[in-house]
Every structure is written in C-alpha cells, then in structure tokens.
Design a protein around this ligand. Structure first.
Ligand code: HEM
Length: 414
C-alpha cells in the first residue's frame, strides 16, 4: 500500500554522526515506515531501508553519485573520473573492465596465491617475535599481495609506506579536519607513484606481465576508443589497490568474532566448509559503509511519493543487511545462513546491491570473501592471547578500529 514518506525531523545531522549504522533503521522503526524525509547538514534528504528500497536505489539507473557523498569521502575513496562517477554506457564499459580484473577465476586465484605467500613470509616474523599487531601487519600482507598481483613494482620501503598511505585513506574517509587533510596528501603521493608506473608501462619501460591488471588498465580504452588520461588510470589503479587493502579491517573483524565466541571458533575448526559462510556473516555485521548516497537522475516515484530529479537519497546498507524483519537475530554471526554475494541480491548488501555489471555494486566481493576466508583459515591455525584493547574501538571512529591494532601476544602455531 502506498503512503507518503513521513518527515522525521527538521535536521538529523548530529543523530547521523552519533550512530551512522543504526540511524536510518531507528527512525524507520519509530515512524513505522521504510523511509522518511529529513535534512542532513541542512540539505533535504530522503532516507530509505530494506530490500525493496535497495532494488529501487540500485536497479534501473535511477541514481547517480554526483554530489551524493561528502567531497572528502569521494576524494579519498573513489575520486574524479572514476567508474563510480560514470553513468549509462560509459559506466557499463568501464565496469566490464573492473569485473574482468576482479572476477576472472584465474585472476582471483592469482591474488589468493599472492596473499598466501605474503602471509607466510609475515607469519615467520610474527612467530619469531612471539607477537604481532594484526591490523598493520595484515595491511602490509595485503599491500604486498596486491602490488605483486597488479604487476606494479615497489621496493620494500615503498611498500610499507604505500600500505600506510592506503590505510590512511580508508581510516579517514568519513572524517574532516587535519587527519583527513593528511590522508589527502598521502593520497596525492600514492596517485603520483601509480601514475608514473602507468606511464612507464605505456612507454615500454616497465616489466609488468602481459596479463597483469596494471597493464590491462594502462592500455584500457574507453567507450570512445581513447586511452584513459594518466590521472584517471591512476585513480582506477587505486580503486583496485585501496579497497583490497581495506579488507584488512574485515579480517580484524573476523579475528574479533573468533575471540568473542570460542564455540564458533571450535565449529569452524571442526568443519572448515563453514569458513566462507563465516566470512559472509562478518561482512554483513561489519561496521564499514553505513549507507550510500545517490542523486535522482530523473523524476521518480517511490511507493507513491514523488522524488524529483536531483533529489538526494540515502540508502541504509548496514541497516538493510541487519534488518531484524528479514534476518532473524541479525546480531548473531551464524555461518550456516545461506546468503552469498553470488546471488547479486538486495537484502545482504554490505558492498552494494543488484547486478554488479549493471549497477554501482562493488566488483570486489569475490576477492573480499576469498581473502577473508583464507585469512580466517590461517588465523585458526595460530594460538595467541589478546587484551581488552583489541576488542574496543575509540568512540566516533568510522570504520571502527581496535585501540591496539589487535595486538596478539604469546603467538605460536597450534
Ligand atoms: C573491503 C571491502 C569492501 C567494501 C566494504 C566495499 C564497499 C563498496 C560499496 C558499498 C560500493 C558501492 C558504491 C556505490 O553504490 O556507489 C563499492 C563499489 C566499488 N568497489 Fe568496493 N568494497 C570493498 C572491496 C572492494 C575491492 C576488493 C575492490 C577491487 C577489487 C573494490 C572496488 C570497487 C569499485 C571499483 C567500486 C565502484 C563500482 C561502480 O561504481 O560501479 N571494492 N564498494
């Protein structure tokens, strides 16, 4: 039954900042609706949640991303000229390249192998020291693996700095002020380094292998047959490198979930086939992207409410993936729930909804789940002890991050 969207309050900016993950669901519950109107930073906004809203938001090219997210977030995460800023035929053409790079089975397998090699090398160091801080260490493992996989070339020191630069973009994407400005400077440095390598590949001065993602990207032609401008090619290279490194946050979430629930750990040890389901559940619960913004590309209608072209709409990603009306006991991590990114559905949508070839849904879900599954398997082979600071994040840090980086002590093989 259609009824107009209720008004929640004049402006809910502070409420959003206090709890970005529960924000849309809480007001929807209060108003008995799947959406409401309000203002964020005085700008009129329509907030929606649930699978039907996700289908409305993602399918059928109704929403673009221009002026849809704070400028610092856009600059740190996606940036000018990226696939996320495109619509229509240009978007589909560029997206096909991303899907080829991130979902061709041989490429995913190559990244998994690179991750395994980098983890094994790092683990030797951790075992010799008897301790490790998981977040920075796994970031380094992911950085090494992704740089190798892409076909770029970084010396050890450059790799460490690159790993810190990428993490700074992820850690400060939701913020403003000095930390975010510093992250923007780090981003510019990373862009320059990547741009130099793209140009070197184009000029035949770089040994990237024929099938390497970096080479594919360097020689990719847009829908008009033109090579990408070097700045845009660098932005897109970072769009593969940075989010792959961000999987480190999910791996730390997985480690925390194992710590919180010894019975769950034991279940995974006795039945390793549950590990991928565990990774899916950790992803569903993870406090990473609370919501996604879009601006209406045409005049639209949501269950009888007109939405004018240019209107700003916010869709709850976390709130939809954790909606108790659709997921029983959403706070429970249950690896036997049968949801998977492979369905390309609209209910469990931590990385966007719908068909990734046609919408802005993330092309990196297979990589994300594959590397989380592999990391969980490897964590289960280790014995360690953590303190309370590994399980807590400072307030108002989005995404959350353990106070001590998840410090593992008395670390040894099981
Ligand atoms: C760390 C876990 C990840 C999370 C939480 C995540 C989240 C997301 C979300 C929510 C979107 C949808 C944005 C929208 O609707 O506008 C997205 C898009 C995107 N993601 Fe991911 N992602 C992750 C990993 C990855 C990986 C591993 C890659 C690369 C291999 C990747 C590359 C991209 C790209 C290129 C887009 C833009 C797609 C488009 O506009 O069509 N992401 N991601």
């Amino acid at each position: 039954m259609s009824r107009p969207l209720p008004n929640a309050a004049f402006d809910l900016t502070l409420d959003l900042l206090r709890d970005p993950y529960g924000f849309i669901g809480r007001h929807c519950d209060r108003l008995g609706s799947d959406g409401f109107r309000t203002r964020i930073a005085l700008r009129p906004a329509i907030c929606l949640r649930g699978a039907e809203a996700a289908a409305f938001f993602y399918d059928g090219e109704r929403f673009g991303r221009a002026k849809a997210m704070p400028p610092v977030t856009v600059r740190l995460l996606q940036d000018k000229g990226s696939v996320q800023t495109l619509n229509g035929a240009a978007h589909r053409h560029r997206k096909a390249m991303f899907l080829d790079l991130a979902t061709a089975p041989d490429r995913v397998a190559a990244l998994e192998q690179a991750f395994g090699r980098a983890w094994d090398a790092a683990q030797e160091r951790w075992l010799a020291a008897g301790e490790a801080r998981l977040l920075p260490e796994v970031n380094l493992v992911l950085a090494r693996a992704t740089v190798d996989w892409m076909g770029f070339d970084w010396a050890e020191r450059g790799g460490r700095r690159f790993s810190r630069d990428m993490d700074a973009m992820v850690a400060n994407a939701a913020g403003m002020g000095p930390r975010s400005w510093a992250a923007l400077m780090r981003r510019r440095r990373a862009e320059r380094a990547v741009r130099r390598q793209i140009l070197a590949i184009r000029q035949g001065r770089h040994p990237a292998a024929e099938n390497a993602p970096a080479r594919k990207l360097a020689f990719f032609r847009d829908e008009t047959g033109e090579l990408l401008a070097p700045e845009v090619a660098a932005v897109e290279a970072l769009n593969l490198l940075r989010p792959t490194l961000a999987i480190g946050r999910f791996i730390v979430d997985a480690a925390q979930a194992l710590e919180r629930d010894p019975a769950l750990r034991a279940a995974l040890v006795s039945d390793p086939s549950l590990t991928e389901g565990f990774a899916e559940e950790v992803r569903r619960r993870a406090r990473y992207f609370p919501l996604i913004g879009g601006t209406a590309l045409h005049d639209l209608d949501w269950r009888g409410t007109p939405i004018r072209k240019g209107s700003w709409v916010l869709l709850a990603l976390w709130g939809t993936s954790n909606d108790p009306r659709a997921i029983a006991g959403p706070e429970r991590i249950d690896p036997t729930r049968a949801h998977s990114w492979r369905e390309q559905g609209h209910q469990v949508i931590p990385q966007g909804a719908g068909l990734s070839a046609e919408t802005h849904r993330c092309p990196g879900e297979w990589i994300t789940v594959a590397l989380m599954t592999q990391a969980t398997t490897r964590l289960l082979r280790l014995s360690y002890r953590v303190g309370p600071a590994a399980m807590k994040s400072p307030p108002f840090r989005y995404p959350p991050s353990p106070r001590d980086g998840f410090q593992m002590r008395d670390l040894r093989l099981r």
